[in-house]
Design a protein around this ligand. Structure first.
Ligand SMILES: O=C(O)CCC(=O)C(=O)O
Length: 389
């Protein structure tokens, strides 16, 4: 039987996991019937294969298999583990578990967001534009659980060499170009950490907050997010998506949950089950979320997104950006420069790989090579210029 949080007290970790079993099995069956996963494929002109584009626009998500090789995944695991180890011991602390100064004390944006174990920090609150209106089940953590766990980690292009290189990945950037046009622009990045028995939930939501009433609203106007999976994902710890929901406009999530008897186990959803090195692409208008991780498996998802330039230019700061920020030409150029430096960082590390040609920086490559100077000028605190909509 599913969990109905209106009628039941907070379940234990084991009760929650048991209450998910039937829903997970059904979701896995549904996911297998949808033909939208496989390796990245390009046509003879080097453009993303039309079949992939069609599947993405139909369902609002795609699972690219085996994009990142094992060696690069190992580097990314080392980078993210280092970030986790260097996190402050709790949300108010200045030192990590070994008593060292925590990472990020000198960053303009705190790299860490903490959550109480197995909690839902956003559901039913007004944070992030109130886009998570319904709170998920918050199972009771085990007695030895820490007070706070890292939930989100930001700034991968300045905190992890491997993170900066990943941001310049030629296949991922070619996909971004195919979806959002050659003048595509970045959004932001965040690493979701869902430790076994501790990781919190991300309540059902649609990401975009800017264009729901726009005269030129369409299925792609709020862009998309990649998630690079560092560990195998399972139905118990992964992101879930409702296929096709990116076409539905703004969805009344509270009503959906109420019509589902108050249960967060929304009908029709599919789990994005991946192997390490797989990369998911999810339309930011698709209804998606993840449950408290009562499973025995760690999930670390490196999440970063891209937009159409026209969706961002002239808009104001939203979500975690200041509302008086204006996304003018300069702001977009400065944030997009991270892509240019990332492409060079990758080229320096993988000289045999064909680099991505990022059209907005055509002719400017020499000014955006990775050097100590560009690291200071372009990469340091780059995420105060994120382009959230
Ligand atoms: O990975 C998750 O659990 C949540 C991801 C998410 O909500 C997002 O990328 O917008």
């Amino acid at each position: 039987m599913g969990i109905n949080r209106m009628n039941e007290a907070s379940p234990t970790r084991a009760e929650h996991a048991a209450g998910m079993a039937a829903y997970m099995a059904e979701g896995e069956r549904r996911a297998q019937a949808i033909d939208n996963r496989g390796p990245v494929r390009f046509d003879a002109d080097g453009k993303l294969h039309a079949d992939i584009l069609e599947a993405y626009w139909k369902d609002g998500y795609y699972v690219f298999e085996g994009v990142i090789d094992a060696d690069e995944i190992a580097q990314l695991r080392a980078g993210t583990s280092n970030m986790i180890e260097r996190a402050p011991v709790n949300r108010d602390a200045k030192v990590d578990a070994q008593g060292r100064p925590a990472l990020g004390l000198d960053f303009a944006r705190d790299p860490y967001t903490f959550a109480k174990p197995l909690s839902d920090p956003w559901g039913g609150t007004g944070v992030l534009g109130g886009r998570h209106p319904s709170q998920m089940t918050q199972p009771t953590p085990e007695a030895d659980a820490p007070e706070d766990v890292p939930f989100l980690m930001r700034g991968m292009c300045m905190t992890m060499d491997s993170g900066l290189r990943l941001y310049g990945h030629p296949h991922l950037l070619a996909i971004a170009e195919a979806i959002n046009g050659a003048d595509f622009v970045p959004f932001n990045d965040a690493i979701f950490v869902k430790q076994p028995g501790l990781g919190g939930s991300v309540a059902w939501h649609q990401d975009g907050v800017t264009h729901w009433e726009s005269a030129d609203w369409d299925e792609g106007i709020h862009g998309f997010n990649f998630q690079v999976q560092l560990y195998p994902t399972t139905a118990g710890n992964c992101l879930w998506v409702i296929p096709g929901s990116h076409k539905d406009g703004r969805i009344d999530i509270k009503r959906l949950v109420a019509e589902n008897g108050g249960s967060e186990q929304l009908p029709g959803a599919v789990p994005l089950i991946c192997s390490p090195g797989d990369v998911t692409m999810v339309n930011r208008q698709a209804l998606h979320g993840s449950f408290a991780n009562t499973s025995p498996d760690l999930r670390v998802s490196i999440t970063f997104g891209f937009h159409r330039r026209s969706s961002v230019l002239g808009q104001k700061g939203a979500l975690s950006m200041e509302s008086d920020d204006v996304y003018d030409e300069q702001r977009i150029f400065d944030r997009a420069a991270v892509i240019a430096v990332a492409i060079d960082a990758r080229q320096q590390h993988y000289p045999d790989e064909t680099p991505f040609h990022y059209q907005p920086f055509a002719g400017l490559k020499d000014d955006y090579r990775l050097t100590e100077e560009t690291f200071r000028r372009v990469i340091w605190d780059y995420n105060v210029k994120d382009l959230a909509i």
